[in-house]
Write a protein that binds this ligand. Structure first.
Ligand SMILES: Cc1cc2nc3c(=O)[nH]c(=O)nc-3n(C[C@H](O)[C@H](O)[C@H](O)COP(=O)(O)OP(=O)(O)OC[C@H]3O[C@@H](n4cnc5c(N)ncnc54)[C@H](O)[C@@H]3O)c2cc1C
Length: 317
């Protein structure tokens, strides 16, 4: 395994694979470093309902396998390593791995996602993509003419409950608090919807079903209650961008997210970021992949201008 590459991508999810495929196709020597080749959240999704080019739903694992294969076919190397730190030394970026190895590159793309939440209700994680969803616009059609639930107390959860009305026959809005954290007009719009049933001060205890969600158990007024349904959309804000290993190099947002400009370039020359690590919460794999291409384009421009400046660069042949 070589230790110098033109570009290193940290994270082999949709964002990282798209960035790596782009850079390798541009003929830069490219490596994807991932702490576990099954680490992407996509690998755990039973099915991804909406990804252009896949009219029938595709399993998250299969979609990820294809994305990684595409990056490899373009020429990228996949390495099983965990990044523990990044530093800048002139025009060279250094990546330290937990294994003790060091890698150098002239461009690094951070695509480490936002990881899993600290805790899940029993059944919630197991049924991700099979009745447990996080985007009413992408997965709402799976709840068409069925009973669904939205769990959350944020403005985002409220907007998603309203969006779900277009699809579901009935929406149980499970609010783990005495009120929704949204402005009055939005709350009024929710209360006016006859197909939305509000459950304030209620928490999600369990998601039930073998291959697909069949019901949820909630705790309300000290009593457990089962609600039969076909889909549950969860908006619990406990995700955090995976950026701890960048803290010494970059100023992160209050929430720990990486700050980038419109070309997804950070304040450090040659360092780019894309995917869920930017939003700090799960987005659609399609959005992460698109950002990966944009970050790859930015890194390509950076490498090309660095190569033009310094003769004898490392452009792969
Ligand atoms: C709970 C949940 C449910 C979801 N449900 C759906 C759904 O139903 N439908 C849908 O379409 N999408 C869903 N998604 C969204 C989808 O999984 C993500 O948007 C997508 O995988 C994000 O892509 P990414 O490349 O930005 O990050 P990820 O896919 O998370 O990839 C990040 C990669 O970085 C690696 N990594 C992290 N830190 C390090 C490090 N220090 N060193 C090396 N490697 C590292 C990880 O191992 C991982 O492979 C869900 C996401 C979550 C969290």
């Amino acid at each position: 395994v070589q230790s110098h590459y033109d570009a290193i991508i940290i994270g082999g999810g949709p964002a990282g694979c798209a960035a790596a495929a782009h850079l390798a196709r541009c003929r830069w020597s490219t490596a994807i470093i991932d702490r576990s080749m099954a680490g992407s959240l996509l690998a755990g999704l039973g099915s991804v309902a909406y990804f252009p080019g896949f009219p029938e739903a595709i399993s998250g694992q299969e979609l990820l396998r294809r994305m990684r294969r595409q990056a490899e076919l373009a020429g990228a190397q996949l390495l099983s390593e965990t990044a523990s730190g990044v530093s800048a030394d002139g025009g060279t970026l250094k990546l330290a791995a937990e294994s003790g190895k060091e890698f150098t590159a002239r461009a690094i793309v951070v695509a480490t996602g936002c990881g899993l939440r600290a805790s899940y209700a029993p059944g919630e994680r197991e049924l991700l993509g099979n009745g447990v969803y996080l985007d009413a616009h992408a997965d709402g059609p799976s709840a068409a003419k069925k009973i669904a639930a939205v769990v959350g107390k944020s403005r985002h959860a409220a907007e998603e409950a309203l969006a779900l009305v277009r699809f579901a026959e009935r929406v149980h809005f499970i609010v783990p608090s005495s009120k929704i954290e949204a402005d009055e007009p939005l709350i009024e719009a929710i209360h006016k919807q006859r197909t939305i049933e509000m459950h304030y001060s209620t928490s999600l205890k369990k998601v039930c079903g073998e291959k697909h969600v069949t019901s949820i158990t909630v705790l309300t007024g000290g009593q457990e209650k089962e609600i039969p349904l076909a889909a549950v959309f969860t908006y619990v804000q406990e995700h955090k961008p995976t950026t701890g290993f960048l803290a010494n190099l970059l100023s992160l947002t209050h929430a720990g997210a990486v700050k980038v400009d419109r070309q997804l370039s950070t304040e450090v020359a040659g360092l780019f970021a894309c995917g869920d690590v930017l939003s700090g919460r799960p987005q659609l794999p399609l959005i992460s992949a698109s950002q990966g291409v944009l970050a790859g384009m930015g890194a390509d421009r950076h490498l090309s201008s660095a190569q033009a400046e310094a003769s004898g660069g490392h452009h792969a042949v």
